[in-house]
Design a protein around this ligand. Structure first.
Ligand SMILES: Cc1cc2nc3c(=O)[nH]c(=O)nc-3n(C[C@H](O)[C@H](O)[C@H](O)COP(=O)(O)O)c2cc1C
Length: 189
């Protein structure tokens, strides 16, 4: 089932943090060993335009599947897609995934990852976090997801905003099982 390229889905929602998605998509689409599938929420393009400028569909550089295009290969477990990252993940989408509400291709694809016991990396962005958010994120961890908040680290002394973004995107790639050199790892020279 897993021979050939690694099949990875990226879902982009309308939380703040579109630059994380832009960087992740940029890295993954250049990888010959990765087959990339992309889906979005209703509000993703609006926040992308605000934060990155331009058009999400153009910038992605790969096909973006339709909001309700359940014929996409990664909408079914049998197609064998191995991993998905939801970047950034709004609290609304986190709630829907946590409760199995597969009302769009994105939430359906995330549901498939959980039911198939595959890798789902959820990158939430909100502050402060309320009890409802925390309970939904807890439910996601209980269901098998990796909750990897969009929290840059500073011990590697990022010199630019792009470097700080890479401290998050590098950790996402770690959990997607994609090798990279985006991070200065703790303990390495
Ligand atoms: C500029 C902007 C920034 C936003 N940032 C966040 C955020 O960081 N976290 C969040 O949960 N929602 C945020 N929202 C609100 C979501 O876009 C909104 O709740 C939306 O319904 C989420 O829908 P989706 O999950 O289908 O993308 C933001 C909205 C805008 C316009």
């Amino acid at each position: 089932m897993t021979g050939g390229r690694k099949k990875i889905v990226v879902g982009v929602t309308g939380a703040s943090g579109a630059p994380y998605a832009r960087r992740l998509l940029g890295v993954l689409r250049e990888r010959p060993d990765v087959e990339l599938g992309v889906c979005v929420s209703r509000t993703a393009a609006e926040v992308w335009a605000l934060e990155c400028g331009g058009d999400l569909a153009e910038a992605a550089g790969v096909r973006i599947w339709g909001l309700n295009d359940y014929k996409a290969p990664f909408a079914s477990g049998s197609a064998g897609w191995q991993a998905m990252a939801v970047v950034p993940c709004s609290m609304g989408t986190a709630a829907r995934i946590a409760h199995g509400i597969s009302d769009t291709l994105l939430t359906r694809a995330a549901d498939v990852m959980l039911k198939e016991r595959r890798t789902l990396v959820v990158v939430p962005r909100e502050t402060p976090l309320g009890l409802v958010h925390l309970e939904n994120l807890t439910a996601l961890v209980r269901a098998g997801a990796v909750v990897l908040p969009a929290m840059p680290s500073f011990y590697g002394k990022p010199a630019t905003l792009d470097d700080a973004i890479d401290t998050v995107v590098g950790r996402i790639l770690d959990h997607l099982g994609v090798e990279h050199r985006l991070l200065r790892r703790w303990g390495s020279a």
